[in-house]
Design a protein around this ligand. Structure first.
Ligand SMILES: O=C(O)C1CCN(c2ccc(-c3cc(CO)ccc3Cl)cn2)CC1
Length: 317
């Protein structure tokens, strides 16, 4: 069997923080942020943690499809901002929705996480599993240095995901997963103090660090080159790229010699939601009926970011 996306759902925390809000304590401006990133606002979770947002997504997927949670074989959550290292967010979600027959684990691949997780789920279905949930969820706001204007303005919180079911026709027809660990320091977050009773290491800040230039070049070179090879002569209706930066997406569209209309963007409303960015965009496109889950349209999902990791999926919806 093959996996088919049966339903999509998203959850954004209520609080909206605008560029002007950030300018109240950061030396930045709405003009700078919008012109350089395309971002106008972002949602920031307050009391809710990553597992709470992911559980909301799982609840929506179960409620909208009226499936029995006990019929779920797997729950996979892609996140770089888990509540804990143990238990996984996926296990927390599994408990919240009572899907006690499902195996559950997290995937850590930063902004490529959802693509890695969906490819992993497809492989489980090809291996015999029948139904599962794949979620990308982030609360990067708890990892940021909120006084570093170069990174604090870029990120937002949120979660979104899909319900995947076994069918006879292939839908996720091609996958490519890549990594370049030599550039692992280009985006770091959540470093755990490396100390125990026997060894003390100089304290390193756990705050997110980003080599913007390094990731920018990686996106325009490695990611774009892979995307060109991956797509080949396929005719693609929509490219759902990780929503990191408006100018990057425009440059990739040009390098692909494809019209910008094929590269929908919602980063202006959410900022960079890391592993949640692609499923949030997918759910919005389904909601506005630009995409329908009836097997006609061909889309490509492209995640790229910390690791460095990146990946492409070609899906006939
Ligand atoms: O000065 C400027 O114009 C700055 C230059 C640096 N910028 C960047 C650089 C890299 C990213 C980025 C981040 C991730 C992590 O999810 C993944 C993919 C990308 Cl391409 C986002 N913004 C912001 C505007």
């Amino acid at each position: 069997s093959f996996g088919k996306i049966i339903a999509t759902a998203r959850y954004l925390p209520e609080k909206i923080v605008t560029n002007d809000d950030l300018a109240e304590w950061l030396d930045t401006s709405d003009e700078w942020i919008q012109s350089r990133t395309g971002i106008k606002q972002r949602h920031i979770a307050e009391a809710e943690n990553t597992s709470d947002m992911c559980s909301q997504v799982a609840k929506k997927l179960v409620d909208h499809t009226t499936i029995d949670p006990l019929s779920l074989d797997f729950i996979i959550v892609a996140t770089m901002s888990p509540d804990y290292t143990s238990p996984s967010v996926a296990c927390q979600v599994q408990g919240q929705i009572g899907a006690t027959q499902a195996m559950a684990f997290d995937v850590t691949a930063a902004c490529a996480g959802f693509v890695y997780a969906l490819a992993t789920a497809e492989n489980f279905i090809r291996g015999g599993m029948r139904r599962g949930i794949v979620i990308g969820g982030e609360k990067t706001s708890k990892l940021l240095d909120w006084h570093d204007r170069s990174s604090a303005v870029l990120f937002g919180d949120g979660a979104a995901g899909v319900l995947l079911e076994a069918t006879e026709e292939p839908s996720i027809i091609k996958q490519m997963l890549r990594a370049d660990g030599k550039q692992s320091q280009a985006l770091t977050a959540g470093y755990h103090a490396n100390k125990n009773i026997f060894h003390e290491e100089a304290e390193t800040s756990p705050a997110l660090t980003m080599d913007g230039r390094g990731i920018w070049n990686f996106a325009l070179n490695d990611v774009t080159k892979s995307l060109k090879e991956f797509v080949g002569e396929e005719s693609v209706d929509y490219y759902l790229l990780h929503q990191a930066n408006k100018r990057i997406i425009e440059k990739i569209a040009r390098k692909m010699s494809e019209p910008l209309e094929k590269f929908p963007m919602n980063l202006m409303n959410y900022g960079n939601t890391s592993a949640a960015s692609i499923p949030i965009l997918l759910d919005e496109l389904v909601e506005t009926k630009q995409l329908s889950l009836n097997g006609k349209q061909k889309i490509v999902l492209t995640g790229y970011g910390g690791g460095l990791a990146w990946g492409n999926l070609l899906i006939q919806l």
